[in-house]
Design a protein around this ligand. Structure first.
Ligand SMILES: [Zn+2]
Length: 403
């Protein structure tokens, strides 16, 4: 599987100057290629190479590979932008709004350089990288989540917040997931946090506070409206994003470790349950939470895959309304956001923990939740009742104690 890892480079002032100069030259080359590509509507890498390779090499004094990479960046950017516009236009057309069209792209002076293995090689602690001054070797800081066994496919050199970074696309071998001895259920919420069926809660209070603090700052800067305020605004958005991303890395790692250490799989609910619970709003806050939620979910999935932990996605209908002790489902079972109290058996529990236990139990039985009861005498049917269709009823008691 492929994933992207960010590595921070350690560079002296001289080396920084070299990297800046290389970025500027490379992006200047991109900006020469771009208008030509746009005017002749040529977005294939090979076609552009044929037309412009010699010109780019001679004009910008780039190495053969670097000239090719500049052209490839332009071609790739146009193709991905064209795809994105196509997707947007589907929505715009459905809404009867005017469609967007592809216009000429321009590249920032310090935009990313997309290196491949011929011009950049990643060693254990150093990277050897092509610059205008020839190849230089730089140390880099390795994050905890850097995979031990990985093949680097492509690496982008990125300048961000006063530092140089390598965004390395790494390919790690898939580990065949072991047959799990049980499941760790994870209840993920869009607004709140993650709770596991072991009763561990990952609070989003800290990230929510950071979001609010940044939100206030953003409000002030938006009112100011000057150019420097806008720049600052962008910087803050990036910082907020990265804070949440980092939090999600930590949470997902702990969840995967908890499952791996106990030889269990991870159970997640499909998006049905979440769609049923959340209202569609377009506020800044909701968008942020939604983005963070999907990111956490994808982090759990890819880290589990990398660790050989099986992920089972279960039917997410009514996981928050069902009693994890007796299986009864009722909308009034969930009394508040935090408290669950079963109307049938009186079982009380933290609402998120109750949901996480249902998720774990559903993965363990691995059968449709839609069963027809009590007409079947409370007996579990592995298929939805033919007579009554897929109605929800009573689930059998499930052992969730220590699992
Ligand atoms: Zn109950």
């Amino acid at each position: 599987m492929q994933s992207v890892t960010k590595l921070r480079l350690v560079a002296s002032p001289d080396e920084r100057q070299t990297l800046f100069a290389t970025m500027e030259r490379y992006n200047a080359a991109c900006n020469t290629v771009s208008p030509i590509a746009a005017s002749v509507r040529q977005f294939s890498n090979i076609g552009l190479q044929k037309r412009l390779y010699r010109h780019v090499r001679e004009t910008f004094g780039l190495s053969a590979q670097m000239a090719q990479l500049a052209i490839r960046k332009v071609a790739g950017s146009y193709r991905s932008t064209r795809e994105a516009i196509k997707e947007q236009n589907k929505v715009l057309a459905a809404l009867g709004k005017p469609l967007k069209s592809l216009t000429e792209l321009s590249f920032r002076e310090h935009g990313a350089i997309c290196y491949d293995a011929r011009v950049l090689s990643l060693g254990r602690s150093r990277v050897s990288i092509w610059t205008l001054d020839g190849r230089i070797k730089l140390r880099y800081r390795k994050p905890d989540h850097f995979p031990a066994v990985a093949t680097v496919k492509q690496t982008d050199l990125v300048y961000r917040d006063g530092a140089f970074w390598l965004y390395a696309t790494v390919e790690t071998p898939d580990i065949e997931p072991a047959e799990p001895s049980g499941y760790l259920g994870v209840d993920l919420g869009v607004v709140k946090n993650a709770t596991t069926s072991d009763g561990v809660t990952f609070s989003s209070d800290a990230t929510e506070k950071v979001r609010q603090r940044y939100g206030r700052l953003k409000g002030v800067l938006q009112k100011v409206g000057t150019r420097s305020a806008k720049r600052k605004l962008q910087k803050i958005s990036g910082r907020e994003h990265r804070f949440k991303t980092n939090t999600n890395h930590v949470i997902s790692k702990r969840i995967v470790c908890a499952a791996q250490g106990t030889k269990r799989g991870i159970a997640l609910e499909d998006l049905k349950g979440i769609l049923l619970r959340t209202t569609v709003t377009k506020g800044q806050r909701e968008r942020h939470h939604k983005w963070a939620f999907h990111q956490l979910r994808s982090f759990i999935e890819y880290k589990a895959r990398r660790a050989g932990v099986q992920v089972q996605v279960i039917d997410g209908a009514y996981t928050s309304q069902q009693c994890s002790a007796c299986g009864s489902i009722h909308p009034d079972n969930r009394q508040t956001q935090a408290a669950f109290r079963c109307l049938a058996c009186g079982h009380t529990e933290n609402a998120d923990l109750n949901a996480a236990r249902n998720i774990a139990a559903r993965a363990a039985v691995n059968r449709p939740i839609a069963i027809c009861s009590p007409d079947t005498g409370g007996e579990v049917e592995s298929q939805a009742c033919k007579e009554h269709g897929a109605t929800y009823g009573i689930m059998p008691p499930t052992s969730v104690g220590g699992s």
